[in-house]
Design a protein around this ligand. Sequence first.
Ligand code: GRF
Length: 216
Amino acid sequence: MKTKRIVVLISGSGSNLQALIDQVHQDPQVPADIVAVISNRPDAYGLERAKTAAIPAQVLDHKTFPSREAFDSALQALIDTYAPDYVILAGFMRILTADFVSHYHGRMINIHPSLLPDYKGTHTHERVLADGKAEHGASVHFVTAELDGGPVIMQVKIPVLPSDTPELLAARLLTQEHRVYPEVVKQLVNDRIVLGAQGIEVEGRLLTQPLLLANG
Ligand code: GRF
């Protein structure tokens, strides 16, 4: 199988990026290279993680662009110099233009810290606690023009504990994000998951509800 080329976009800590780097380096069943990491924030710690792993790390600071369209078009040009098979958003805190999203249709995924379609947007942990939910989770989805609205590939669930604060809940969920994101990437780069005209196909079968990662 052809080795897939992955570009990862980040804005911050990059702990999900780290989970993906570790997987690509350690799992022989993942035929993929992370060929670049791009951050819209110059101070993103994930850039250090990329450098430590000898992955080209690039900054494209959105503040230096006059408009969202101008930034996205420069970002697209930069990404495409790496000829990626997949673009992986890992804590990339930007709303993307429809043109940018459609350019990577079926090739761009994101991880969102909620059980989509519930709790799109930010402050998901606070909102789950405020609503007294018994369960929380994370979703990996194909990116479409609708914010956090693309088809969901796989989810991981965790219980909400009586002692939880937003910070504790976020931290517990993050360790599960580090399991679910590499699992989806593994299936993607092995061509087991594709976005077809009718929706997500897993080994040729249309997915009627998101896959669920077993607890571990
Ligand atoms: C994660 O919670 C992810 O779900 C959200 O942003 C956070 C990124 O964390 N989209 P990190 O930068 O991967 O550590």
